[in-house]
Write a protein that binds this ligand. Structure first.
Ligand code: PAZ
Length: 313
């Protein structure tokens, strides 16, 4: 159980957060998606979080602190979950990598196309296959209601949306999963103590005091969605401390596994840390197309199946 202190910190974070824009619209989409996928066939539903959260420094934000994440892991994992039969709520940072778009050039995206005349814009032959697959796969996933994309930018939006999703998924129980690959800010400027207008320059160095973002993982596990299968991530730049940190997070937050990855090798290998031991998962280096998420999601889906079986027995 989380202590009263933690609960109060969490409540005060939400009470002082700026209200989520379009909340009714988000809730309607979310509830429709969950209803569609959980009733009848009882499809498994995973919430994949992806990309980094920002910390605004001004209420009318001009400047912000950002968190590193390209969104590649979340996008690739989403594709693999859909392939494995899951419905995915993709909670992603606006502007980061999208499912089915990983092989498209994003810089500059317009290089994909050529303008022939006023009625004719064509995809360059070098990108035809990638664009065709991206359009077809993404449209199929959305049309079959297997993919719901919800964007966020700030830490405030991310945590409010995560709470909405977790609460909405509560009744799906063990068939729901949280796969928390987003890079979430640890520190923030509380909304009430943030200046409204652009911070003025010209008066010397800027001192900002950042408060600690309350740890939401405990409350997700104990209150928001206690029966969901929960995978968190741990990123470090110092490989020497990675496994120790991941093991501590596993014990502290009682998640079902922590995926540990080091910044420079994260596309090659990850370590799945859980109570049944540590498993190194690698990309198949002999297959150029292979990505680490192919093997990672296979393992996570297997673990989830075992969890569902055990929950029902
Ligand atoms: O988004 P990306 O593919 O560039 O990187 C993925 C990642 C490193 C952000 C993710 O695997 C991860 O570890 N997320 C949690 C980060 C954290 O410890 O806060």
């Amino acid at each position: 159980m989380s202590s009263m202190g933690e609960d109060e910190e969490v409540s005060s974070f939400f009470e002082s957060s700026p209200p989520l824009k379009k909340m009714e619209d988000i809730l309607q989409k979310l509830n429709g998606f969950i209803e569609h996928n959980s009733s009848g066939g009882g499809r498994r539903i995973v919430c994949v979080t992806s990309g980094g959260t920002t910390v605004p420094l001004e209420q009318r934000c001009v400047r912000y602190i950002d968190n590193f994440s390209s969104g590649n892991r979340g996008a690739a994992s989403t594709e693999n979950f859909v392939k494995a039969g899951y419905a995915v709520v993709f909670l992603y940072r606006s502007g980061t990598c999208q499912p089915y778009c990983r092989s498209l050039p994003d810089d500059p995206f317009l290089d994909c196309f050529q303008f022939l005349d006023n009625t004719n814009i064509q995809v360059h032959s070098s990108h035809v296959e990638a664009v065709k697959m991206a359009v077809m796969d993404q449209q199929a996933a959305v049309a079959e209601a297997r993919l719901l994309k919800l964007p966020f930018t700030t830490i405030y939006e991310y945590l409010q949306m995560l709470r909405l999703i977790a609460t909405a998924l509560k009744d799906v129980g063990p068939c729901s999963m949280f796969y928390l690959a987003a890079a979430v800010s640890d520190f923030y400027v509380p909304w009430n103590s943030m200046t409204e207008h652009k911070i003025e320059s010209g008066s010397g160095p800027l001192d900002i005091r950042l408060a600690q973002v309350p740890k939401m993982l405990s409350i997700l596990r104990t209150t928001w969605a206690p029966k969901a299968f929960c995978i968190s991530f741990k990123l470090e730049t110092d490989a020497k401390i990675l496994i120790d940190k991941a093991t501590k997070a596993l014990g502290k937050y009682k998640v079902h596994a922590v995926v540990a990855n080091e910044l420079s090798t994260r596309k090659e290998e990850v370590v799945v840390v859980s109570s049944s031991g540590n498993v190194v998962v690698r990309r198949d280096s002999d297959k150029p197309e292979s990505i680490v998420e192919d093997n990672l999601i296979r393992l996570i889906v297997d673990r989830h199946s075992t969890y569902i079986k055990e929950s029902h027995s």
